[in-house]
Design a protein around this ligand. Sequence first.
Ligand code: ADP
Ligand code: MG
Length: 817
Amino acid sequence: MSINAEFLRKILELECKKGYVDSAVIGGLDRFLHNWAGQAVESITTSPLLNRFNKLRLVNSNYASLTKEQRQEWINDVLNFLSEAEPGEDEKGKAKLTPIASRPSPRPRVNKAVVNQSIDSPITIIRGISSSLATKFNKLGVKTIRDLLYFFPHRHLDYSQSKPISQLAEGKEETIVANVWQAQEIRLGGRRSTEAIVGDETGNVRVVWFNNPYLAKKLATNTRLVISGRVSLFKGRHVFESPEWELAEDKELIHVGRLVPLYPLTQGLRPRQVRKLLKEVVDQWAWQVADFLPLGLKERQKLLELPQAISQAHFPEDEALKDRARVRLAFDELFLLQLGVLSKKRDWQEGQPGSPLSTKTPVLDAFLQSLPFELTAAQHRALKELLADLEKPRPMSRLLQGEVGSGKTVVATAALFMAAANGYQGAFMAPTEILAEQHFSTICQLLSRAGQLEVKEDYLHSYSGLSPHPLTVALLIGDITQVRKRELHQRILDGDIDIVIGTHALIQKGVEFHQLGLAVVDEQHRFGVTQRSALRQKGYNPHVLVMTATPIPRTLALTLYGDLDLSVIDQLPPGRQIIKTKWLKPGQRASAYAFIKRQVADSRQAFIICPLVEESETIQARAATAEYERLSQEVFPELRLGLLHGRMSATDKDKVMRRFRSGELDILVATPVVEVGIDVPNATVMMVESADRFGLSQLHQFRGRVGRGQEQSYCMLLAQNPSEVARERLDIIENVQDGFELAEEDLKLRGPGEFFGTRQSGLPDLRMAKLSDVALLELARSEAIRLFEKDKRLEKPEHSPLAKELARVWPEAGEWS
Ligand code: ADP
Ligand code: MG
């Protein structure tokens, strides 16, 4: 059915082996070649190759009349041609011409009227796609022909091996090639259906198609069919029930007898219809996709050509090519992603000059001296990396990663302090107001040890003795009165305030700075690329430090945040304990409550994280309120409980937090808002309801809320009815304390989509690439860096297709030549 070079090569080799007596194929080589060549010519795509092909005169070969030496020479020529026909496609030099239909058609059926069409034309220009069909595809995100080419099957069924009927095995997915003996309409379960008996040399088998009476008419006796599907047993005999089928004509099979693609479907799209359409579209259009990868790179990494990869991803010839197609397409995604982030970094650093800071000041030493503890080695290292950046004229863009409680705040404070000492302003942005308040009080505490509190107004403290001018810190949050807010804004604009602490809204809500030198952003995974460019658009080009306690595996961090340099605090301050973690069955809830009571009797405190009901904060708040009331009245009537959720006013949240921190409350019932950053050293119990609904990293964040003081701490995880995967997760968190290890596990168990919660803003979607594929990630990254080193703006002519592609997938990356 499909011609391939491999087959011809085998025959020619056999002919050599047999001594050139024209006995390799029945009927003689000439006749065979005539047929083979007639079809093979269609699959030759380049004209030099076609020239050579024609010179061999395979269609009108005259092998029979040659002498033995001539035969030998001629066969050598043909074999040489075969191995050159597709160099590099197979390292072992076994040439292979792909079957006609599965390679991009060499002669596109372009008619003159439609010459302006491109792969970016809407799919409606394709014959056979009506506007109603187009609407269905649009629902799947497919608008243009390119979208369709990149609309990949989610998997393939392996129907590539056909079997004699006598060898069919029940319960297996099998393929047969058989003749129809008879086909008729029958009623099955009251439905009009088709039944056929088909047979080959080894036996017969019954096939039924439920609900499809029309097929009976199509399947005339002696029609040759290829049938693929699961073999089941009915009354002791084999039967195919509603299998895929296709006429065994002399053309490439689509639905059976091969690796058959399964596409994600939507209402009203039929699998056969989609498959057939995609086959046509791939054959006609895939070859028109410009291969944007530089030649050298493709060769170095032995990547398939793009058109071939697209075609093989849909209709692969075999498993090996399917895999190579995936590798090529996944590489493209990761490579472009890398180039995108690298270009962002380049723009950030080259856009405007930054503010070089002098970090060799006695002020820094005084500050470090005043701390109530020694920095850990990891903190020292991170601080050093950071200070080195601050001294440079190009703005820093650094990600500081560190386990919960690893002490990132101190490091960030030292940097903010440096900015202030150099006469610049610093902004410290937290994901929530509670955390902003906490950072404010932490920083004030640290500064009060090193300097003297001079001024203490609402939301503003000023310290002397640290730098030539008094150092002023302000907190900007929602519940400040308008008058006071305006006043603070003005003082920030005047440069009167050195360090401003607030939420991410600081940047969005139009706070104007006098001279912003450093922006610290806590919890990077909630602070997107977009906000960073918002900074720039305001004309600031400050050093940027983003911090995250989400331990992202290094390779992944470099891929997603490759525009940031990475510092890791991979060490906890000394004396931190292992938090005893236990997964409890619902029956153990009573004993969990009893445990909390005993801890409180020992004057410790506890968190109870309420069931995660839904993403909506309102509903979460309501659930938390109900749970709070139940716990206060029924479970802990004699204890002091507080409630914390995202819908409370900042003042109320603050009140509750303060009371909990100061020990006026025993138990804090909270929604997952406490996930990040809250620091209460006396809290020793973290109880999480519906723990099976949270990911490992998030559970680890909860757990990090306790164990911050000297006392042994505990984490109790309640799970009603955990699924298999959730069970596995709970087992892991019971036994693993290390955040990075948990993150790796999380990534394996849940995949990157869920790992990051909602889709990262500004990232192109990855269809073929898996972020857990570390080797390919690293390859893409190293190739991107290599290319960037040679041609930072992709200005070289050989990189112009790449620049174009990059501009298409990352329009916001900008500034490409
Ligand atoms: P995170 O990295 O989670 O933001 P924090 O900065 O909030 O951690 O620090 C957690 C706690 O550890 C704080 O109470 C802080 O004062 C304390 N801490 C930070 N560094 C050290 C250190 N080197 N030795 C002892 N305690 C430290
Ligand atoms: Mg923190």
